[in-house]
Write a protein that binds this ligand. Structure first.
Ligand SMILES: Cc1cc2nc3c(=O)[nH]c(=O)nc-3n(C[C@H](O)[C@H](O)[C@H](O)COP(=O)(O)OP(=O)(O)OC[C@H]3O[C@@H](n4cnc5c(N)ncnc54)[C@H](O)[C@@H]3O)c2cc1C
Length: 456
């Protein structure tokens, strides 16, 4: 029987999940080759370590979303379990505003006033009426009930709130998850980022020992030739109709032929590849433009001598009213019994883009300055800081303004390139759950086409 050749471009979560899913559903012989531009697999799931104290922290993806308590299924949670990884639940419900921790409705009322608090409760009710937990989970369906036919932006909804205090509270609460400004995203995506804070919609967890164990375990199980430090520069079609992938490795160019190619890259990397042939080039230009809604992150992570915040802040994370609203993670809470003390600031949106221009030292100083007054003594316990810039690395309007059919999202040029597929979180919801759905969809499609064409 013919052995099919599958090429996967990108060794991030999307590429590895595609290879792993294909391994589970393919029924005919095939080989896989993964091209990864960098020196490591895992992409934006990156668990780093401070040189002092051997303390781990997440430099990229911070948390995983579990829908299974709500809808009884969750492909990512099932994958994590299948890979034998242990998890640590994460929780956080407080917003720190004007140096005060607002943990419940009473705190919020005291702080923003009864009128603004009432408006917040009304906003909460209407968000929940509009999108149920099941609708949230199924929102990637282009015919989903939560689609907004007016395509209004989220800022127009916030502007309808009668009290500025309510608006300010909501913005601080969701800015870091959104990674963009309300005027750059849809009402539905804004509401999703508001509702995700409610445990009746999803629960958060991280992987004990570091989120990077997820791609590492996938890589260990995937049977594939892994071409590391091979940046793909072009994809096209050879004279015999096969797909040709051109890559460079330390200045040397190579060309490999495949029956199927999966481009598993985030939208911002797509233009780094030349798509050969008029029809393919035009289709990819249009595909890229549809999803071109860049959003930004910046991580500032600081190792301290002690966990000086624990008495006041016992959760895994809080939202802080600095840098347009950022998330402050207790990185050391990810490992039960950890002896190190690490706080991580996840800055999103325009603040992240602008602040990325600053030096590491300036950013560390800005983070220390942002500590609320009741924690300001903590700066004297500073040991070391690390910066990770993620400008343009995520999506402000995943799925684009108007959602497309799943087939069109994953195969932008079906006429001359029916075996060229695309996988990415930007096609769904800009999360690891989304990129897994995308990878699973393409893997099943490729497996079916291999079987059909083999006549098996
Ligand atoms: C700061 C930050 C926080 C996040 N937090 C969360 C979170 O809490 N929860 C969540 O679910 N998601 C989160 N995300 C999103 C999550 O990281 C992505 O959904 C996920 O990494 C997407 O995987 P990917 O494989 O599509 O892309 P990537 O992770 O970007 O991987 C792409 C890979 O392709 C390689 N590559 C690029 N160009 C080429 C080329 N030309 N040839 C070959 N290889 C190439 C890159 O080196 C990289 O390894 C976060 C992202 C960021 C930046």
């Amino acid at each position: 029987m013919h052995t099919w050749k599958v090429g996967i471009i990108g060794g991030g979560p999307g590429g590895l999940m595609t290879a792993y899913s294909l391994q589970k559903c393919a029924t005919v012989p095939y080989t896989t080759t993964i091209f990864e531009a960098g020196t490591r697999l895992g992409g934006k799931i990156l668990t780093n370590r401070f040189s002092h104290a051997g303390a781990n922290y997440e430099a990229g993806a911070a948390e995983l979303y579990d829908y299974s308590p709500v809808v009884d299924e969750d492909a990512l949670r099932e994958l994590v379990e299948e890979l034998g990884l242990s998890v640590t639940p994460m929780r956080g419900s407080a917003v720190i505003m004007n140096h005060r921790v607002l943990s419940n409705l009473e705190d919020i009322r005291d702080h923003i006033g009864a009128g603004a608090c009432g408006a917040l409760s009304a906003f909460d009710r209407s968000a929940k009426d509009r999108i149920s937990p099941h609708e949230f989970y199924n929102s990637d369906d282009p015919t989903g009930a939560d689609a907004d036919p007016t395509n209004r932006r989220f800022d127009t909804l916030l502007a309808e709130l009668p009290e500025p205090g309510t608006r300010h509270y909501i913005q601080n609460m969701i800015h870091s998850d959104l990674a963009t400004e309300p005027e750059k995203t849809s009402i539905v995506y804004g509401l999703h980022n508001y509702l995700m804070n409610d445990p009746s919609y999803m629960q958060l967890y991280s992987i004990a020992g570091g989120n990077e164990l997820l791609p590492r375990e996938l890589a260990a199980r995937v049977r594939a030739t892994k071409h590391m430090e091979h940046a793909v520069t072009a994809v096209g079609k050879g004279e015999d109709g096969k797909l040709v992938v051109t890559s460079t490795h330390h200045g040397h160019e190579r060309h490999d032929e495949f029956d199927f190619v999966v481009v598993a890259l985030p939208n911002n990397y797509l233009p780094s590849i030349t798509y050969q042939g008029g029809r393919l080039a035009a289709a990819l230009k249009e595909h890229y433009a549809h999803y071109d809604h860049p959003a930004h992150y910046l991580r500032i992570t600081i190792l301290f001598d002690r966990t000086f915040w624990r008495d006041a802040l016992p959760d895994s994370y809080w939202m802080l009213d600095r840098f347009g609203g950022c998330c402050l993670y207790d990185e050391s809470s990810r490992e039960p019994g950890a002896t190190h003390s690490v706080l991580g600031w996840l800055v999103g949106g325009e603040a992240a883009r602008e602040m990325s221009e600053l030096s590491d030292e300036q950013l560390i100083e800005a983070a220390l300055d942002s500590l609320p007054e009741f924690l300001s003594h903590g700066r004297r316990f500073y040991i070391e800081g690390r910066i990770h810039r993620w400008v343009g690395a995520v999506n402000a309007l995943p799925g684009g303004v108007i959602k497309r059919s799943l087939d069109r999202r994953h195969r932008p040029e079906p006429v001359e390139h029916p075996n060229l597929f695309f996988v990415g979180d930007y096609l769904f919801d800009s999360t690891l759950n989304g990129v897994l759905d995308s990878a699973g969809y393409v893997a099943e499609w490729v497996a079916a086409r291999m079987t059909e064409t083999s006549g098996a």
